[in-house]
Design a protein around this ligand. Structure first.
Ligand code: TZP
Ligand code: MG
Length: 207
């Protein structure tokens, strides 16, 4: 993206593995959108590329163009589904490689887990940086060590880029994560049970 982006306080992640079938997945997305979510990431670690593209295209249709949709891991599927950005981790394509694929108009976000990675991303062509896991999470296989609120504070001191915190963030601890310097909280599990209500509560505590 040319110029600095502004992140909403809440950055929900729709993880395909959390849903029994497509119907449940799309219903969850609709509930989030109805509650006012304006940024949403699609994450699917087990599905085929075909399934991912099919989900992503339907999400684009449901969301319309007012909502920013971010594809986890895959720049190719981002373009194919007309998404608005890509989120990559330390084992995915580097931000510069993603940028060459998606161009300057779309967002590129990068996950980091320690100060060294943060310093590297600070110099890279990424629009935002994520730090985590902040707290213990069961939504990620083989997570890196928990960084805690101190890790968020340290990340804030290293990067001037918009900062997303991720991992074990709930309505109960989200405020403390923002107060530690994050611009936005990315959440999977604490949205699952009653998404509409959960989003409203997140918005209330994050104000
Ligand atoms: N990256 C670091 S922690 C995590 C990812 C994808 C999972 C976050 O899920 P939850 O359920 O909000 O802890
Ligand atoms: Mg990844």
């Amino acid at each position: 993206m040319t110029g600095e982006i502004t992140l909403p306080r809440l950055y929900p992640i729709l993880d395909a593995s959390c849903f029994a079938d497509d119907r449940a997945l799309f219903h969850f997305a609709e509930e989030l959108l109805a509650a006012g979510v304006i940024l949403l990431q699609y994450r699917n670690k087990q599905g085929s590329a075909r399934q991912m593209l099919s989900h992503a295209r339907e999400l684009r249709r449901i969301a319309g163009n007012r909502v920013r949709l971010i594809m986890n891991d895959r720049a190719d599927l981002c373009l194919a589904a007309d998404f608005d950005g890509v989120h990559v981790g330390q084992d995915d394509l580097a931000p510069e490689a993603v940028r060459r694929i998606v161009g300057n108009r779309l967002w590129v976000g990068v996950s980091t887990h320690n100060p060294e990675q943060l310093r590297e991303v600070e110099q890279a062509d990424a629009d935002y940086v994520a730090i985590g896991p902040v707290f213990v999470t069961s939504s990620k296989a083989n997570p890196d060590p928990v960084v805690g609120l101190d890790g968020v504070r340290s990340a804030r001191s290293i990067t001037r880029k918009p900062l997303v915190a991720i991992g074990g963030i709930t309505r109960a601890n989200a405020r403390s994560v923002i107060d530690a310097g994050a611009d936005s909280v990315a959440v999977i599990s604490d949205l699952l049970r009653d998404p509409r209500h959960a989003v409203e509560e997140f918005h209330r505590v994050l104000g």
